[in-house]
Design a protein around this ligand. Structure first.
Ligand code: HEC
Length: 449
């Protein structure tokens, strides 16, 4: 080789520069399940992963922050204008582009990386991940078959800045950015659209369905996929607001009601309610309602506000003892109850019923899942909080499973993470391996390997 030395150095420098630039564009896989060309020829899903490199300034603060009610009442009507504004914030500029959110002309949105991995990973048409089974009767008394839920979540620029920090080194993610003394910053907004794979004719509120194409498994327990259409059923929101005292978060949800406009339309999403705490002292069970023929509103709850307009909101089951949950959610849980367990490593179960011998309903052990945990504080000692983001704890678990367990085992019996001392996180706690949980919305998913 008689290349002059200087040229090689220049070339190396250039490659380095290109690599650094690409860290923020296309470094993470877009999806895990590509539909065959014979079944789908449209554009593939693209992960919005050009995370902001600097904290977005004050001009990014969502305008709806000004309209947080002065007092937090369990009368939903005091929340209705706020919830309508959050809904608009999520949908504006997204509905007309089919949620290709990096193309939104009003404000940019971003996806969580590392959700492509594993049996319920992102599919390649709409970016949906497999979430949970739908039990017979869960949506309506006429719904006798079971079904399954798929979903996609998006973060605004304030939240996405933190995602970019956690994943700045894509080979060594760092959840200290979401754990005490840090957390997702004030102004973070997450919206999540959920879709049902169900016979819509058996669910009255899914009349005039809004359908998305997706590459889904044939049944919840199957791994065979085909291109299908799934119906919009729910939209969740999570808002990080430092004015919310007990948890620092507001979680709310909307349910589809096709009768509202009489056609397939995002405006058919009607509010179910909003919650800002778990009412830790309310231990009763009278309002738990897994197979709804009416919506049972529990007036004893002071940190959940449910829409009482039965003309607008179809009968829905809510969560444990009337705390907030949506139609595809677990009736023994609540939004904040599941989400406050988000941590890395995930030592906590998301719900007390996700184990062989659940503790007595309403007892002290059960109520651990219905406390109020401040933003950034982990549920289990010795772990780091992913600050109410189960997508982030799931993504980290996926990453480390791939990195540690699927890159092979050395002759001395240890895996790549044990060899690589720089990857300290996998040993973030001293927990035995069998106490680490997958971050999945329902325990049934653990069996799908
Ligand atoms: C049984 C536990 C459980 C319940 C109950 C639950 N979620 Fe989640 N949620 C999850 C899991 C697991 C994920 C991550 C998987 C995904 O989004 O693909 C998630 C993701 C989300 C996300 C995306 C960002 C994030 O935090 O990961 C939002 C927003 C969200 N849920 C809001 C809600 C709202 C609002 C409710 C109540 C109406 C709710 N969730 C109820 C388990 C739950």
């Amino acid at each position: 080789m008689n290349q002059p030395q200087g040229k090689i150095v220049a070339l190396l420098a250039l490659t380095g520069a290109l690599f650094t630039a690409s860290v923020h564009a296309g470094v993470f896989p877009d999806f895990g399940y590509a539909p065959p060309k014979s079944e789908y020829s449209g554009p593939p899903f693209q992960l919005s992963q050009d995370y902001p490199k600097a904290p977005p300034g004050a001009s990014s603060m969502p305008a709806f922050f000004q309209h947080l009610p002065k007092t937090f009442s369990n009368d939903f009507e005091t929340w209705r204008p706020y919830m309508e504004e959050v809904k608009k914030y999520c949908l504006e500029g997204n509905t007309e582009i089919g949620w290709k959110v990096q193309k939104n002309k009003i404000r940019r949105w971003y996806h969580m990386p590392w959700q492509h991995y594993g049996p319920n990973g992102r599919e390649g048409i709409s970016g949906l991940t497999k979430e949970a089974p739908i039990q017979p009767g869960q949506l309506a008394s006429t719904q006798t078959d079971s079904g399954q839920t798929y979903a996609v979540g998006i973060y605004n620029d304030i939240g996405a800045y933190t995602i970019g920090q956690v994943w700045k080194d894509p080979d060594n993610p760092d959840p200290s950015y979401t754990s005490k003394p840090k957390s997702f910053p004030n102004g973070t907004v997450v919206c999540k659209a959920l879709f049902a794979d169900i016979d819509v004719k058996t669910v009255p509120f899914l009349a005039n369905p809004l359908l998305w194409k997706a590459y889904t498994t044939e049944t919840f327990t199957s791994t065979d996929r085909s291109v299908t259409q799934v119906a919009l059923i729910q939209m969740d929101i999570a808002v990080r607001d430092t004015r919310v005292s007990d948890t620092g978060w507001l979680f709310g949800t909307f349910q589809y009601n096709g009768a509202v406009t009489g056609k397939a339309n995002w405006n058919n999403l009607v509010p179910v309610g909003i919650m800002w705490g778990n009412d830790p002292k309310e231990t009763g069970n009278d309002f738990t309602n897994p197979k709804p023929v009416e919506t049972k509103i529990n007036p004893a709850l002071k940190q959940t506000a449910i829409n009482a307009n039965t003309q607008e909101l179809p009968p829905t089951h809510l969560g444990w003892n009337g705390r907030l949950n949506g139609p595809v959610d677990n009736p023994q849980a609540s939004c904040l109850s599941c989400h406050m367990t988000a941590e890395y490593q995930q030592l906590a179960l998301m719900n007390p019923t996700f184990q062989a011998n659940p503790p007595p309903v309403g007892g002290d052990e059960w109520m651990k899942w219905f406390q109020n945990i401040p933003a950034g504080q982990p549920f289990s000692p010795g772990t780091q909080s992913t600050d109410y983001s189960l997508q982030l704890s799931g993504a980290l678990a996926n990453f480390y499973d791939w990195k540690c367990n699927h890159s092979g085992v050395y002759a001395d019996g240890v895996n790549a993470c044990t060899k690589l001392q720089t990857l300290k996180l996998i040993k973030a706690s001293n927990a035995p391996e069998d106490e680490v949980h997958k971050v999945q919305r329902s325990p049934e998913l653990e069996e799908l390997e």
